[in-house]
Design a protein around this ligand. Sequence first.
Ligand SMILES: Nc1ncnc2c1ncn2[C@@H]1O[C@H](COP(=O)(O)OP(=O)(O)O)[C@@H](O)[C@H]1O
Ligand SMILES: O=C(O)C1=C[C@@H](OP(=O)(O)O)[C@@H](O)[C@H](O)C1
Length: 258
Amino acid sequence: MDVKAAQRLQLSAVVQPERFGRRPPFSTCRLGVSREPQSLRVFVSPMMMRRRTTALEVSSSYDNISGMMGSGKTTVGKIMSQVLGYSFCDSDALVEEEVGGNSVADIFEQHGETFFRNKETEVLHKLSLLHRLVISTGGGAVMRPINWKYMHKGVSVWLDVPVEALAQRIAAVGTNSRPLLNYEAGDPYTRAFMRLSAIFEERGEAYANANARVSLKKIAIKLSKRDVSELSPTDIAIEALEQIDNFLKGEGGGYAEC
Ligand SMILES: Nc1ncnc2c1ncn2[C@@H]1O[C@H](COP(=O)(O)OP(=O)(O)O)[C@@H](O)[C@H]1O
Ligand SMILES: O=C(O)C1=C[C@@H](OP(=O)(O)O)[C@@H](O)[C@H](O)C1
């Protein structure tokens, strides 16, 4: 994170902006690290556009981010982990590690989707036993109820990004690493758009199981941006942290939405 972005977050003494320049951007996790006490609390004073300095008290020490492929779970999750001083985990990367370093695309090709999904569930189970983590889950993790059992051990955040924006991002980077997207004909944008629309149709309700929904359309309105493409990952991370804060303050009181 650059210094300017850190300043916008108005980080407290606990998370010093100047530390961002010297530390690696985030620390990654490995499965099997020892547990830390659940009571450990992190106090951050980020925020916000309204120049309000709020103490964000994260009493849950495990946050997971869901959302469609390309929604920015990894990009935004790394920023969140840095702000919170947590480790960052990408569940896809852990599945790859468990399957001997094969890429997700190779795992799909060699073993099939069910094998991948079983490994993903195993990884989410293991991660749910750890603390002080921000986890970027694979986009399809929301489909299995058993995964929600694990994801609800912490606070879950849904990054809700319009399909058009997802398709633009994915068309820019290609579909090679995302096996569910790479077999439609047509130009890269149309291909991604068609597949993502169909997948979102199937999954929309499952994403809504998250504790907090971070809608990029709503953030764009709030920040007077013309379009969600004008939002930076930091804008989105800030909103996600605020939504977590809202959820924790009203815990038991339902869904947090921006
Ligand atoms: N807010 C954003 N604006 C523009 N591009 C973004 C944004 N967030 C992520 N991206 C880009 O979109 C692509 C997918 O992001 P990534 O974080 O890998 O998504 P996910 O982990 O949800 O699949 C990457 O190329 C990333 O640089
Ligand atoms: O949506 C999905 O079903 C998938 C999303 C991918 O993760 P990302 O969302 O990180 O791309 C990866 O887990 C796999 O390709 C399947």
